[in-house]
Design a protein around this ligand. Structure first.
Ligand code: HPA
Length: 251
């Protein structure tokens, strides 16, 4: 059974190098996941892969069924989940093409289904979320990155905005005052739902642009795509190393 799952976002609708072993389209009490979940092999080790925005990148961040995605991965045996996230950089160390493993988040999203526990007869459930990411998985990613010579920034606060539009310069100044180093649109409620299910979840963020107002220019999408493309190879190497040592070898 696969224990590692990867949720791919922008730039990762597919996982390069993944050899397909099959796919499942599980039904969950919360509806359909964004796409069929692929069971596959990276360098002979098994993992699960789910495209967060669907197969042809058709689901915007605010319409992703985060509950179905996490529930389906858990149902298929995932124990550890790496959420890939294309993000904007706010603070100096988080320049375009930098990879980072954040430690904190601030949630600015609204109207998304934030919990599996909607009260009523089933009761109210609270979770501790002081540290939103799974520290052992964070540490593992950082250790592997170091051993492979891949530069990874350890830590940082991810501000999660509603999207799908990018932020105004004033909004980024506000995030900066709030202590955010990075900004993305999909980190929540994904991390909280993973915690509710007892999944060990970490975000692997890759910076594809300076956030709004951090340069004198507007954000150009061609640049964003070029930066995204440059992050694919190191992320693929890192994930391969992770699954090789964590996942049981496929039979
Ligand atoms: N803001 C929000 N989400 C993003 C950005 C950004 O600048 N870049 C990539 N995802």
């Amino acid at each position: 059974m696969s224990r590692i799952a990867v949720i791919g976002g922008s730039g990762f609708n597919q996982l390069p190098g993944l050899v397909a072993l099959g796919e499942e389209d599980p039904v969950t009490p919360f509806g359909q996941p964004s796409a069929p979940i692929q069971r596959g092999r990276l360098a002979d080790a098994e993992l699960l892969f789910l495209s967060r925005h669907g197969l042809n990148h058709r689901i915007p961040p605010h319409r992703v069924n985060y509950r179905a995605n996490l529930w389906a991965l858990k149902q298929m045996g995932a124990e550890r989940v790496v959420g890939l996230a294309a993000v904007g950089g706010i603070q100096a160390p988080y320049a375009p093409r930098v990879l980072a493993v954040p430690t904190h988040l601030v949630d600015y999203t609204h109207g998304r289904d934030q919990t599996f526990h909607e009260g009523g007869d089933a009761g109210v459930v609270h979770i501790d979320f002081t540290w939103p990411y799974c520290e052992p998985l964070r540490a593992e990613l950082l250790r592997l990155g170091r051993s492979l010579g891949i530069d990874l920034v350890d830590g940082g606060t991810l501000g999660v905005t509603q999207g799908p539009r990018l932020e105004t310069a004033a909004e980024i100044r506000r995030l900066e005052r709030d202590g955010c180093d990075l900004v993305g649109m999909t980190g929540m409620p994904e991390a909280a739902l993973a915690r509710e299910l007892g999944l060990c979840y970490a975000s692997l963020a890759f910076v594809v642009n300076w956030a709004a107002g951090k340069t004198a220019r507007e954000i150009h999408f061609a640049e964003l795509e070029a930066n995204m493309a440059a992050c694919v190879a190191p992320i693929q190497r890192l994930l391969t190393a992770l699954v090789i040592q964590e996942a049981p070898t496929a039979s």
